[in-house]
Design a protein around this ligand. Structure first.
Ligand SMILES: NC(=O)c1ccc[n+]([C@@H]2O[C@H](COP(=O)([O-])OP(=O)(O)OC[C@H]3O[C@@H](n4cnc5c(N)ncnc54)[C@H](OP(=O)(O)O)[C@@H]3O)[C@@H](O)[C@H]2O)c1
Length: 285
């Protein structure tokens, strides 16, 4: 069994490599190995490798920058064209494809706060639009027989990926800000679910190993919360004394709108543990 992980040095990719390599022949490619937007080289290399499973974690993730016209074009290449190309290759060669999407494909209003795997996306920002376009590319090939898992997740946290330009996640940013500041301002809205990258990697492996039926899955740690709730729990667990000032989303100057509510409900497979238990483990490492 041969597994190919694209974006193997990203935050999620690094955990996937650890988890899959423990049991399977696992090959990870990142920017240094190839630019995945060179689609003919990508096709050539995948054909030569002949993997049984491709896991794609490569994405354009800069939510605010994505509102810019040129950046949106790049986002569409990475978040929609790339999954389309991978789905074509996988379909043609009978390879299973795992691809990740986001809670930001949903609009999330007071009338509808939670979303199941069956709900229809309706993104309110450009990043969400680009990820939804990628979902549609995969679902189109699914109708032609593609073997796929489309996994929606949200608010990833965990160790920084092994890429030299890997970005720290929310809890690491909060911890380092608290070293220099006595007061922090944190958004007490945008109710959704944190997801520990190690838990997500293990749950991804379980989906595949158990031969779960192909389809869309929501994999997040249990328990919905705001960014403020996250910061409060972090500082309590680490015994850090800092004043946290709760603000509304509108108080932060950000180019992209965020859903006020985007809680992903996992109605199809074993639920992941509560986010506070995952956070406790993460900060104890
Ligand atoms: N982060 C979140 O909170 C979040 C929330 C919901 C869903 N997701 C989804 O989860 C998945 C994983 O996210 P993540 O945060 O782990 O992403 P990440 O850390 O940004 O990892 C993406 C990886 O892809 C690589 N990459 C980007 N462009 C490339 C190119 N042209 N050629 C080759 N490699 C390229 C990056 O390389 P470099 O390191 O060199 O840039 C990076 O290693 C994505 O699909 C994302 O949309 C993430």
């Amino acid at each position: 069994m041969k597994i190919l992980i694209l974006g193997g040095q990203g935050n999620l990719g690094t955990q996937l490599v650890k988890v899959f390599a423990a049991d399977f022949e696992t090959i990870a490619w990142d920017r240094a190995d190839l630019d995945v937007l060179d689609f003919s080289l990508l096709n050539e290399k995948i054909t030569e490798l002949a993997p049984n499973l491709i896991i794609n974690t490569v994405a354009y993730n800069a939510v605010d920058k994505c509102e810019d016209k040129e950046e949106f074009e790049l986002a569409l290449k990475l978040n929609a064209e790339l999954p389309a190309v991978l789905a074509e290759i996988a379909l043609e060669r009978q390879i299973t494809l795992i691809h990740y999407s986001t809670d930001y494909v949903f609009s999330g209003t007071a009338e509808k706060k939670e979303f199941t795997e069956e709900d229809t996306p309706n993104p309110i920002n450009k990043y969400g639009e680009s990820k939804f376009a990628g979902e549609r590319e995969i679902l189109k090939r699914a109708e032609q027989g593609l073997n796929f898992y489309l996994i929606r997740t949200s608010k990833l946290f965990g160790p920084k990926g092994s890429s030299p330009v890997a970005k720290p996640s929310f809890f690491d940013i909060m911890s380092s800000l608290a070293q220099d500041k006595k007061e922090l301002t944190v958004v007490n809205e945008e109710l959704s679910c944190f997801t520990y990258t190690l838990d997500l990697a293990l749950a991804t492996k379980r989906l595949w190993e158990l031969e779960t039926p192909f389809g869309i899955y929501h994999l997040v740690n249990e328990g919905a919360c705001t960014w403020f709730d996250g910061a409060e729990a972090l500082f309590a667990l680490k015994n850090i004394e800092v004043d946290i000032k709760a603000v509304r989303s509108e108080n932060l100057l950000r180019a992209a709108r965020r859903p006020k509510f985007s809680v992903l409900k996992n109605l199809k497979v074993k639920k992941l543990r509560h986010w506070q238990d995952a956070l406790k483990e993460y900060i104890s490492k």
